[in-house]
Design a protein around this ligand. Structure first.
Ligand code: SF4
Ligand SMILES: [Zn+2]
Length: 392
């Protein structure tokens, strides 16, 4: 059976949005982030950018498109990033602004030289991010043979396990089946599989976003994932999320929604679930991250000024220690903003999700696409939108 993954409208709109995007101007080809005193260290290095983002891209992502980087520049950036680490490291994540295993982003020779640097670096575990469709037996074998003696994990963007949401809300450019195939290959080689899962995907109302994240964790764990990383979404410029936010169709998820997802998950699944980006990490980079305002975070998940500090402290505690009692503490915490959030998630939308998506698609088409676009392609898209919809 062939599965449909393309979304001509979102792809074209994303290209229009990205056409206006300035090249990423940053002062360093690498950035380090040291968390939990070295328990987790990540190095991000500059490349020409995610190939899917260059062709069209996911609706929430502005991973930034840098200038083309050659093998020498990439390897030097990683070398400098490793040299700037001054703590004992448990888990080391070294990733480009996209996929480590995409040869257009990281040339194969650069990748092999990065593996040599990692092999000689004293960390227990090595991880990187890559799109599921870049995983093959050959590349997995290569990393295993290049870095003996370290635990390996590969982190991939699932965002949602719902193929309809991937296609019509995220424009993921892949299908959950591709994720499953990649997870099977990795598991067969003993590589740990991490799945990035979003909370607050475009077009979903707060309750749908919570349900989607919970279902995605359940799906991921039963499809070979070892660890789910929950990401409440931030609004970044030059994304569809930003346009939706500017036009009153989107608001970043409340941190109470993140708490709710944790609360709803079975304790057995929680042991394989971690949280990330509930804070804006851009503020803690080494060297200090100075990006053009255009590439900055516009709006972030939060609660309210009265309780925010306490909520973040407790989330840190959960993140660092994985103590499940913290979820109870967060669940029983009282604040006026929590009452407002509860009311919001209790509201029932007057229109179904496909109806709401269709309405916004029509606005997007009239604003971004040629006048006759909808008359040519609109009815097919509308049919698919309704006929393939499934909330599961
Ligand atoms: S979320 Fe990942 S796959 Fe999607 S555009 Fe961004 S970097 Fe590329
Ligand atoms: Zn509050």
């Amino acid at each position: 059976m062939t599965v449909q993954i393309d979304n001509p409208l979102l792809s074209e709109v994303m290209r229009c949005i990205h056409r206006m995007r300035p090249k990423l101007h940053i002062t360093s080809p690498f950035y380090d982030r040291i968390e939990k005193n070295g328990n987790f260290v990540s190095i991000w290095f500059l490349t020409s950018g995610c190939q899917w983002n260059i062709r069209s891209g996911c609706t929430m992502c502005n991973y930034g498109q840098g200038s083309v980087c050659n093998e020498e520049e990439i390897v030097n950036a990683v070398h400098k990033g490793l040299s700037a680490i001054n703590v004992k490291v448990k888990r080391l994540l070294v990733s480009p602004s996209g996929s480590m295993l995409d040869p257009q982003e990281v040339p194969p020779n650069a990748r092999r030289r990065i593996y040599s640097l990692i092999r000689d670096f004293p960390s227990l575990e090595f991880a990187f991010e890559t799109r599921p469709e870049t995983i093959t037996n050959e590349v997995v074998k290569e990393v295993i043979e290049s870095i003996p003696g370290k635990r390996l994990s590969i982190q991939m963007g699932l965002e949602s396990s719902n193929a309809w949401i991937q296609r019509f809300c995220i424009n993921k450019g892949s299908h959950p089946n591709q994720f499953t195939n990649a997870a099977q290959i990795l598991t067969a080689y003993g590589v740990k599989v991490y799945a990035n899962i979003s909370i607050g995907t475009a077009f979903l109302n707060p309750q749908e976003a919570i349900n989607d994240a919970v279902r995605s964790v359940q799906w991921a764990i039963s499809n070979g994932v070892d660890v789910c990383m929950l990401f409440p979404l931030h609004v970044k410029s030059y994304t569809l999320l930003f346009w939706l936010y500017q036009n009153g169709f989107y608001h970043p998820p409340s941190l109470w929604s993140l708490v709710e997802v944790l609360r709803l998950l079975d304790p057995k699944l929680l042991s394989g679930t971690k949280i990330a980006w509930y804070r804006n990490y851009y503020e803690n980079m080494i060297p200090k991250l100075e990006i053009n305002e255009d590439s900055d975070v516009i709006a972030s998940p939060t609660t309210c000024p009265k309780c925010q500090e306490r909520v973040l402290e407790l989330l840190d505690e959960y993140c660092y220690r994985g103590d499940l009692r913290v979820i109870d503490d967060l669940d029983t915490m009282q604040c006026e903003c929590k009452d407002v959030w509860k009311q919001k998630i209790g509201e029932v939308s007057m229109y179904s999700l496909p109806e709401r998506v269709l309405r916004i698609y029509k606005e997007l088409a009239s604003l971004f696409l040629p006048d006759d676009w909808w008359s040519h392609y609109g009815s097919v898209l509308e049919e698919e939108l309704f006929n393939t919809y499934s909330a599961e």
